[in-house]
Ligand binder design. Structure first.
Ligand SMILES: NC(=O)c1ccc[n+]([C@@H]2O[C@H](COP(=O)([O-])OP(=O)(O)OC[C@H]3O[C@@H](n4cnc5c(N)ncnc54)[C@H](O)[C@@H]3O)[C@@H](O)[C@H]2O)c1
Ligand SMILES: [Fe+2]
Length: 395
């Protein structure tokens, strides 16, 4: 049996931030990172709150790849301020921090109080990057900085109630903050499409999101910040989020979480480097030809054809289509100055070799690895890490 979990109420299009006028009554808490405060971007939200006569408190200390310590700090403010509305403003890091605050506050109260007296604040997500899709998913990804591990947690209580997708925010993004979250969108779409839990609905979202990345991301990166291109990319991020929330992610995320935590690589950047290798591994092409998986090869080939990477009827069959998908991802990486190897990413290769078995064990424990559509062993993960050292193109 399959199901489609529909999404929060979505507001999108120019000036949709004005939807903040319709928030439920009560105290508001805004969560964002220090850049949002110092750059004045948060003013787009707080000016409106003031205009609408709303009282708010602010937590402006969200850090990239949110740590458990940051969440604990925000929780203390939340338990003091007792807000009725939470507004997460920022990229995946701000939204994930807010989700974790909601989750742990609920757990804390459930341990002490009768459930009937627990009030969950109305949760509004306002993404300012086109990337994580966190505004529509039940996932948060926390970093245990003591042990260099990223921990994805999933719980329905963390799904925002409202998401406001205002394209205006993308206008201030520097190039790399267009490219890295954008490659995260492509990774979400690809992993959702080949997921064992994929359905006709998630396929639609995944294909549309990936087509939009191919069409819009190079334009945004080159400086086209028109309303139309920005809006399309913002919606693509949310659609890819809906696709993987209703299916799953896979090994690309499992590896990228660990590499990101160990070597402080931005999430979308790590995914972009790993994605071609996991496609090749899962489908069994190029360097991984010895474990061909015809069914998965067919799924990746269908995705590649849906993206127009191999024309229908072109010679070469499924293998050629998957190879074109891998090359297509590689071309985007190159266009966005993303290296094709961990050496190129400046990773400490001695440490990578020395800690490879331990890293593979962390990758195996990640819930996204467990959702990978092809079975994978720790030894195979070590092999992929080894191949990623000098990288290149796997086909
Ligand atoms: N919960 C999920 O489902 C999910 C899915 C994928 C990724 N993630 C997580 O999301 C995080 C990555 O999110 P991200 O890629 O959106 O980056 P991010 O939230 O870490 O932000 C990166 C940087 O971009 C800056 N920034 C954000 N918006 C800006 C704007 N409009 N103008 C200028 N600068 C801006 C921020 O200040 C920050 O310095 C990672 O922690 C990742 O693990 C979560
Ligand atoms: Fe991601």
């Amino acid at each position: 049996m399959s199901q489609l979990d529909a999404c929060p109420k979505l507001h999108f299009g120019r000036h949709c931030l004005d939807a903040l006028a319709d928030l439920p009554d009560g105290e508001v808490m805004v969560l964002c990172d220090p850049f949002m405060v110092s750059s004045g971007i948060v003013g787009k939200v707080t000016d409106r709150l003031e205009r609408y006569g709303r009282h708010y408190v602010m937590f402006g200390e969200v850090a990239p790849d949110p740590s458990i310590q940051t969440v604990a700090k925000a929780m203390r403010l939340m338990l003091d301020a007792k807000p009725d509305v939470l507004i997460a403003l920022g990229g995946g890091s701000a939204i994930d921090t807010t989700k974790a605050v909601v989750y742990f506050c609920l757990k804390y109260k459930e341990a002490l109080m009768d459930r009937r007296h627990i009030h969950r604040p109305h949760f509004v997500a306002v993404p300012t990057t086109a990337g994580s899709g966190s505004e529509v998913t039940s996932y948060t990804v926390l970093t245990d900085t003591d042990n260099d591990v990223k921990i994805p947690i999933s719980d329905r209580a963390m799904i925002p109630d409202t998401a406001i997708l205002d394209p205006e925010f993308l206008k201030t993004l520097p190039k790399e903050l267009v490219a890295y979250p954008g490659m995260d969108v492509l990774t979400h779409a690809t992993e959702a499409y080949v997921s064992r839990q994929a359905t006709a609905f998630t396929d639609l979202y995944a294909v549309h999101a990936a087509q939009t990345v191919l069409r819009c991301l190079p334009r945004l990166y080159a400086g086209d910040r028109s309303d139309e291109t920005s809006q399309d990319m913002m919606l693509a991020a949310t659609m890819a989020g809906l696709a993987f929330h209703n299916s799953s992610l896979g090994l690309t995320h499992g590896i990228a979480h660990t590499l990101g935590a160990e070597f402080h690589l931005p999430h979308g950047y790590a995914n972009a480097i790993v994605l071609p290798w996991v496609i090749a591994f899962n489908a069994g092409v190029g360097r991984y030809r010895e474990h061909r998986r015809p069914e998965l090869l067919g799924r990746y080939a269908a995705f590649s054809r849906a993206l127009g990477l191999l024309a229908p009827g072109a010679p070469g069959g499924d293998e050629a289509a998957v190879e074109e998908l891998i090359r297509g991802v590689g071309r985007l990486d190159k266009a966005f100055d993303i290296p094709d190897s961990l050496a190129g990413a400046g990773v400490d290769l001695d440490r990578l070799s020395g800690d490879r078995a331990e890293m593979a064990a962390k990758i195996m424990r990640d819930i996204t690895t467990r959702a990978n559509p092809a079975p994978v062993t720790a030894a195979q993960v070590e092999g992929i890490l080894e191949d990623l050292r000098s990288g290149g193109c796997p086909v």
